[in-house]
Design a protein around this ligand. Sequence first.
Ligand SMILES: [Zn+2]
Length: 176
Amino acid sequence: MSEELQPHRHRRSRRQDSPFVRLLKTYWVELAIVAGLLLTIFLFFEQMNIRGTLLAWLQGVDDTVMGIVGRVIDALIRFRSGLGLSELIAIPLFLIVLAALLWRVRWRLRRTPALVILTCPRCGGRIHRAHRHGVDRLVNLVVPVRRYRCGGKECRWHGLRVEGVGQQTRHAPAAE
Ligand SMILES: [Zn+2]
């Protein structure tokens, strides 16, 4: 479309985003999960009084590195003596973040055409369902997968294909 046809109000949202912005737009959920993970780690280590240590470091010019190490060691010793409020928040949060991460990995893998397409990745030939291995069932807990074998006589490829969105319970198209 030509520049004149573009309504004026759309001018601010330029189509050519920088690679960084495009990266943010594509992976914002992943980035949010990583941020959640960092927050969880922060909450875990909050107990170690890192914030206090940092504040002390910023305030006291005469606070030596050895002083900080001493504080961290003190905090570590205190950390070992029972669960605090930080852990009570951090442990459930960690589980939520982990679940979110698994969900997102599953979401993305099921939308990755190269993993979902039901043709042989080696020769492009027709593939057929095969019996699942024990490991496949473990993988299947996170991402739905099926084992396939290539029909090509020379190829003999066999491996997993991810069950794509909308492929549920529907098998590979029947041979014609
Ligand atoms: Zn093949």
